[in-house]
Design a protein around this ligand. Structure first.
Ligand code: TPP
Length: 190
């Protein structure tokens, strides 16, 4: 089991300055904000389940930028239909990371069904170009380092534990600030 906050720290260490990072509603966004706030981070507010389709659209809009989607298992399960859509559109610049703690941690850690559902297997049958499931931090680092930036869509399922970061703050930017500074980080084609 991987400590999710540590996973987020290690992933963000490997993100280039122009890469776009989208984070899920709830605790994942708070952890990304605390680990490394930057204008090219988009903290999703409110909309559970919609991060992966947002990431797909962005990856298609800006093919020269890597797009990292960091969502939870609950959100991924909520919008499973997006997986075959991503696989079919085949954005080479998309890295879809599911931080799978088998729970809805943000709302009280109620168990999800991902302990019985293999999200990596679903990604494989959906047709992602690369899929990996990691259980330890070294494998996670290797998986992120292996991604060349043009060989996605890449699905990384990170089996992680439930370990809330004590006293973690909320994202302090307003939704409009998040939108505006993120928008100026997107290198649209044309
Ligand atoms: C449509 C919708 N339903 C429910 C919620 C409430 N909600 C916010 S975060 C969350 C849990 C998300 O679970 P998961 O994606 O596994 O991430 P984790 O909380 O474990 O980081 C829930 C139920 C919401 N924001 N939107």
């Amino acid at each position: 089991m991987i400590d999710r906050y540590q996973a987020i720290v290690r992933i963000l260490e490997r993100v280039d300055s122009t890469d776009l990072v989208l984070s899920n509603v709830g605790m994942i966004s708070r952890e990304v904000f605390t680990a490394h706030d930057r204008p090219a981070n988009f903290y999703m507010i409110g909309s559970m389940g919609l991060l992966s389709s947002f990431g797909l659209g962005l990856a298609m809009l800006s093919p020269e930028q890597k797009v990292y989607v960091l969502e939870g298992d609950g959100s991924a399960l909520m919008s499973l239909g997006t997986l075959p859509l991503i696989a079919t559109e085949r954005p080479a610049n998309l890295v879809h990371i599911i931080l799978d703690n088998e729970a809805y941690e943000s709302t009280g850690a109620q168990p999800s069904i991902s302990s019985q559902v293999d999200l990596a297997e679903i990604g494989r049958s959906a047709g992602y170009r690369q899929v990996v499931r990691v259980d330890d931090i070294e494998s996670l680092e290797g998986a992120i380092a292996e991604y060349a930036g043009d060989d996605g869509p890449y699905l990384v399922v990170v089996k992680s534990g439930i370990a809330p970061v004590e006293g973690i703050g909320r994202v302090s930017h307003s939704p409009i600030e998040i939108r505006d500074r993120f928008e100026s980080s997107v290198l649209k084609e044309n």
